[in-house]
Design a protein around this ligand. Structure first.
Ligand SMILES: C[S@@+](CC[C@H](N)C(=O)[O-])C[C@H]1O[C@@H](n2cnc3c(N)ncnc32)[C@H](O)[C@@H]1O
Length: 184
């Protein structure tokens, strides 16, 4: 990993709680998954200041892939965009400002993703899952943060994906709890 990226991640870790960023362990795990599965088209819901996006974007540079990341607040989107530029990964990332549900509702029907990271509004996780499912194909990976730390709020999503025979799912005991699922 390039020094500029390591420096930026370390800088953002000092304000991790203020921006609700994922843990370093979770970022590293998502990066390993992207590199192992040679992900090409990734989607993140909930950009914040771009901390997780840096992990995802750095990994996608390796695979030749692309990330679209959606954030409700314009100010956070602009901070994230700046961080991606500093890290030299803005060429593989498209930042979208707006509601994650709205983005998914108006997605072109031919758009597909092979990796999704859900980390926006916790009560909306189930809506995101239902809306993104038609854009996934066999082998696509869904990940979602905070499934232990915010279990009650995301339980309807957990129940739905666990009961869906199109998916094989596990919850990992990473900080905050990470759900990982593969489309069969
Ligand atoms: C947990 S933080 C994301 C942290 C980020 N993934 C990281 O680890 O660096 C959730 C973000 O989602 C955004 N958000 C909340 N509700 C949203 C919605 N309905 N649509 C889009 N973004 C939303 C919040 O503004 C916040 O910045």
């Amino acid at each position: 990993m390039e020094a500029v990226i390591i420096d930026k991640l370390e800088e953002l870790e000092k304000t991790q709680k203020d921006f609700w960023n994922i843990s370093r362990e979770t970022g590293n795990f998502l990066s390993i998954i992207i590199k192992t599965a040679h992900i090409q088209n990734a989607l993140e819901l909930g950009t914040s200041n771009g901390y997780s996006g840096i992990w995802l974007g750095e990994a996608l540079k390796h695979t030749g892939g692309h990330l679209t990341t959606v954030e409700f607040y314009e100010k956070r989107q602009s901070v994230a965009q700046n961080n991606f530029e500093i890290c030299g990964i803005s060429d593989v990332i498209t930042t979208v400002c707006g509601s994650a549900k709205h983005y998914l509702e108006y997605l072109d029907e031919n758009t597909t993703f092979d990796f999704v990271f859900i980390d926006a509004s916790k009560p909306e996780y189930l809506d995101y899952f239902k809306l993104v499912k038609p854009h996934l194909r066999k082998g696509a990976i869904i990940t979602a943060d905070n499934v232990i730390s915010h279990q009650q709020k995301v339980q309807p999503f957990i129940d739905c994906i666990m009961a869906d025979s199109d998916f094989q799912t596990e919850i990992l005991n990473l900080p905050a709890g990470l759900l990982i699922s593969v489309m069969l």
